[in-house]
Design a protein around this ligand. Structure first.
Ligand code: ZN
Ligand code: ZN
Ligand code: ZN
Ligand code: ZN
Ligand code: ZN
Length: 236
């Protein structure tokens, strides 16, 4: 997909091909050439989602994913991912430990597909592969923050808030059938809403409902139905 033009160019810059050049540089809102689609101003825009902590578009994003020096924040981590040993382009933050992983690597590690049933039931895939501390979910982040950095909590909270605006697909499916349920109950990070727009509140949380689901004859039928309806990094 082509990146849309975000601000209408005002025409061709009068200075870009003169000896003095264009003094506006990256701020010029005129095109620097008749065949240019974007003005230098548009071209140099940094993705605001990236700056805020995470851009869903990743490498497909139209905007710059490099922090300019004045917006740079977060730990300048030279540390490599503990799974692939490369420097991550997007980090997967675990809430309770400071081990460094790529978002993709840690998601794959936690993805129960291909792992034994024992591993799924024991929840071992929800643990950090290094320190074994359990984290309920992975927060994607453009920056790495150590555990004691308050910005880590901020990024995690922002991510939770963004999830709370997304409809819980498991709930939506079962609500449509007249039997609303969600294995995470009131602990679900996603939105549970009645058809009239008011919030639907479960009486119990994940401890209660998950046990009930695991007692069912074929727990994996449930797990599979649920996996399909959640983003891959969700594990309750
Ligand atoms: Zn110019
Ligand atoms: Zn972006
Ligand atoms: Zn990695
Ligand atoms: Zn860890
Ligand atoms: Zn839910």
């Amino acid at each position: 997909m082509d990146r849309p033009v975000t601000s209408k160019p005002r025409g061709i810059c009068r200075y870009y091909n003169t000896p003095r050049g264009c003094f506006a540089g990256d701020h010029c809102k005129f095109l620097h050439g008749p065949n240019q689609q974007f003005t230098p101003y548009d071209e140099s825009k940094t993705c605001r989602y990236f700056i805020q902590g995470h851009c869903r578009r990743g490498n497909q994003c139209w905007f710059r994913h490099e922090a300019k020096s004045d917006v740079a924040k977060g730990g300048p981590s030279e540390e490599a991912c503990n799974i692939c040993l490369e420097k991550p382009t997007s980090y997967g933050l675990l809430a309770d430990c400071s081990h460094v992983f790529c978002h993709q690597c840690i998601i794959q590690w936690r993805d129960p597909e291909g792992k034994s049933s024992d591993m799924k039931i024991s929840g071992v895939t929800k643990k950090c592969p290094l320190c074994r501390v359990t984290s309920r979910f992975i927060t994607p982040s453009s920056y790495f923050y150590p555990q004691n950095d308050p910005r880590k909590q901020e990024v995690i909270n922002n991510y939770k808030e963004s999830m709370a605006r997304v409809t819980c697909k498991y709930f939506a499916q079962t609500y449509a059938c007249g039997k609303p349920c969600c294995p995470f109950g009131y602990d679900c990070f996603y939105e549970h809403k009645n058809s009239d727009g008011t919030p639907f509140v479960f009486r119990h949380g994940v401890r209660h409902y998950m046990k009930a689901f695991k007692r069912q004859q074929n727990p994996f039928a449930f797990f599979h139905a649920h996996e399909n309806s959640y983003p891959a990094n969700y594990s309750g």
